[in-house]
Design a protein around this ligand. Structure first.
Ligand code: PAF
Length: 285
């Protein structure tokens, strides 16, 4: 059955008032251009609640000037068709004017978790994400919200915002969906040429090198980072933005693996910036 699509905050709240009736609501925020990664989060949401709300909103507040806000892929009809097959109940797809009728004078601002990596490269990005997610949480009032591990720093920041600001919502993080060759699914993969897509596989192989070394007992960050850089340097088409090993919750750099940590990479391939990460476990022995 096709999910109901609502375009205004008033209609969204009214639809939810009817749907909720004592049932749990799970929420999957997206910017549309849905792929199997998003849809796997919808599947996960369905295991957590009876009512699954998906938002489709390309949020201008999280794009820095010169980023791809204008050309970000948009196809609501296709998104709704895909969501129908995965059993979403309600799609909230507001226009920019509905979410931001006036310039915002109030924002959610975070420090610490969001200072480095994506936060350092994309000024204002995380405040834009946290602000829109806070607004969406107020509009939808979900019991559970599902985010992807692909955006690991975003997931850590949202967990912290929810704790700091007492949002009554459980945050669930779903595994990164990958193509069979390992490339992490991303709406931005649509920008890649065939040759660039082949180059992009180096992100996953670089992370794989760190995983294998850690499994062999290497625990110091320096050789793990060096191995990732070395793998990426073999691909001249890749312009590395960062490689990092950070704590899962705080995103502070890790010197030595003593608990699970996030190995993260960001790189530009042609005009496209991609990110990927894996959680690395310390050697058991
Ligand atoms: O991960 C995303 O697609 C976006 O950052 C989100 C969480 C939908 C907020 O706009």
């Amino acid at each position: 059955m096709s999910p109901r699509v609502v375009r205004t905050i008033t209609d969204c709240r009214a639809a939810l008032a009817g749907l909720r009736a004592g049932r749990r609501v799970a929420f999957v925020p997206t910017m549309g251009a849905l792929h199997e990664g998003h849809l796997s989060l919808v599947d996960l949401a369905r295991t957590k609640a009876d009512v699954v709300v998906v938002s489709v909103f390309v949020n201008p507040a999280q794009f820095a000037p010169g980023e791809d806000f204008e050309r970000y892929p948009r196809d609501l009809e296709r998104d709704v068709r895909l969501l129908a097959r995965r059993g979403a109940t309600l799609v909230f797809a507001p226009e920019v004017e509905e979410m931001y009728p006036e310039p915002l004078l109030t924002r959610v601002a975070m420090h610490g978790i969001t200072d480095d990596l994506e936060g350092a490269r994309r000024p204002g990005h995380f405040d834009g994400v946290l602000t829109v997610v806070a607004k969406l949480f107020h509009i939808i009032e979900p019991e559970v919200a599902v985010f992807g591990q692909k955006d690991a720093q975003q997931a850590a920041a949202i967990r912290r915002m929810v704790a700091d600001l007492d949002f009554p919502v459980e945050i669930v993080v779903g595994a990164t969906a990958r193509d069979p060759d390992g490339l992490a699914l991303s709406s931005r993969n649509a920008y890649l040429s065939e040759a660039e897509r082949r180059e992009a596989l180096a992100l996953r192989s670089a992370l794989g090198r760190a995983e294998s070394l850690a499994a062999e007992g290497v625990a110091d960050a320096a050789p793990l980072l060096a191995a990732m850089r070395e793998e990426l340097s073999r691909h001249p088409g890749i312009d590395v933005d960062y490689v990092a090993l950070v704590e899962r919750d705080t995103f502070r750099p890790v010197d030595r693996l003593t608990s699970p940590a996030v190995a993260a990479v960001a790189a530009r391939i042609g005009g496209t910036r991609l990110i990927d990460n894996v959680v690395i476990e310390p050697h058991a022995g």
